[in-house]
Design a protein around this ligand. Sequence first.
Ligand SMILES: *Cc1c(COP(=O)(O)O)cnc(C)c1O
Length: 603
Amino acid sequence: MLINPYKDSESSAISLMDIISGVKERGLDMPVLLRFENLLDSQISFLNNSFNEAIKKLNYKGEYRGVYPIKVNQQQQVIEEVTKFGQRYHHGLEVGSKAELVAALSLMKDKEACLICNGYKDEEFVDLGLYAVKMGYKCFFVIEIPGELDIVLERSQALGIQPNIGIRIKLSAKAGGHWTESGGDRSIFGLNVSQAITMVDTLKEKKMLDSLKLLHYHLGSQIPNIRDIRSAVLEATRVYAELVNEGAPMGYLDLGGGLAVDYDGSNTNYTNSRNYNVEEYCTDIVEAVMSILDPSGIQHPVIVTESGRAVVAYYSVLLFNVLDVEKFQEYDIPDKLDDNTSEQIKNLYDAKKNINLKNIQECYNDVLYYRDEIREMFKHGRISLRERSLSEKIFWNTISQIAKEKLKLKNPPPDLEDIESAIADIYYCNFSVFQSIPDSWAIDQLFPIMPVHRLLELPKRNAVIADITCDCDGKIDRFIDLHDVRNTLPLHEMKNGDDYYLGVFLVGAYQETLGDLHNLFGDTNVVSVRIYPDGNFDFVNEIHGDSVADVLSYVEFDPKDMLVSFREKAEEAIRDGLISASDRREIMKAYDNGLRGYTYYER
Ligand SMILES: *Cc1c(COP(=O)(O)O)cnc(C)c1O
């Protein structure tokens, strides 16, 4: 498994296993989140170059100015790198809250880049944005709800700074995908057409219409179908044209986010994919804008997009090790049953003996029926534990055989859809779904997951993945398949105590900060890697994950107090003659080590 940020050069590809050795040598434990600087850099370039090429090809007269929405990955390092790598394209930032604005202002350097302020804005927020304007930054206030305009106008008058005002509209166009509800008439943010006209009238009345410079909409994230993107651009550009006709200077058309990532690689309009590529996305947008504006001779605006997911998803890879495996047990069953075996077990056994390709559904129904009946009988004391054990062995042996037969069928019965996961191995892995890939749990998002080594060996086990939280939702049993979704992942057999590493890819967008402290598993170790064109790499930054004391302090424990109160308990145990004074020393050391330790499984 290689990472290669330089598309044209093969010598720069580096192996994830080399990175893992480097991580181990530095004494960092799994799980580790890798961030590849170069991948962020190349995604920003790719997006900007694609827009610039479409602009050139279609002879568009405006420019493209991307902004990165901070909420997608707010880590200081990420925003710093976005502003650094984005500078040559004047790639700016989008903020949705006061905290994000404060963060953006500390890192923005480029006065040509846009700083777009979405979200509810109070006086403090507005004042800060106005000062940014005064300092020469291209800072826009996007009005999301009608009431916001008053604050912006009032504060700009008070401070004597002319604002750049944008207007967020609700489109009637709706997009498919998980975030359908962000767009459409009933979306929670944005002004409807009548409210927009009222706003224009207010601005005219107050002689402030020359502040209205930007039109914005956001259809939702991960839009899988290019047709939805296109129809939204067309509708929004119509509104843009009308605002120009109303006399607003305008100049900026901000199409929000939505550029999808092809998580499952299917290149379809399925939720986890997209039926277009970045070049098509850019061309379609530029073309659609021109098709509306050119007939009425309206000047081409600066096109702004707020792509977050597509810019940062590729940036991060989560690595973890497998701690243990619970293998699906293949039981041997006798060739023949004793004559005195109870009738139901004999029935179960016969069902098993009669399996063939034609009757697997029937056989499946039968063995389920007999198994349940035998369990009932056990409850009522009519068969022994030993007999029940025999029946369970026959049952699982049959299920495993049905699963094998099923593979031979082109159109297996729908009832047998999940049968593989019933007989899958469970691979217990050193990570938390809730902390590191929350969208896998929350919205059934698929991520590419695979072993990062032993890739020339056929993986012979079928597995589901369990994390180390003790939550029954802390598992992954939906994986990418050629068609649709599969319930198990082919993995290699664990070799006598050797480490086995899996990687989860495309986790750079949304996962890090949406992740939470379920079962008090904290932030993982993070290593930033820089790859050079000759195939060498550096660890440019290492951030140690949360210690146990860190996560406890997030939930208001005070590690110092905890040490004191535990020491009192140890003292009491000495008084009661349970431990010696030197035991106390060892015990306190263990407690202290516990507080300092990584929250994950340490070797
Ligand atoms: C979340 C959000 C984005 C980012 O969308 P992606 O699909 O991740 O590119 C952009 N703009 C606004 C207003 C958002 O709320």
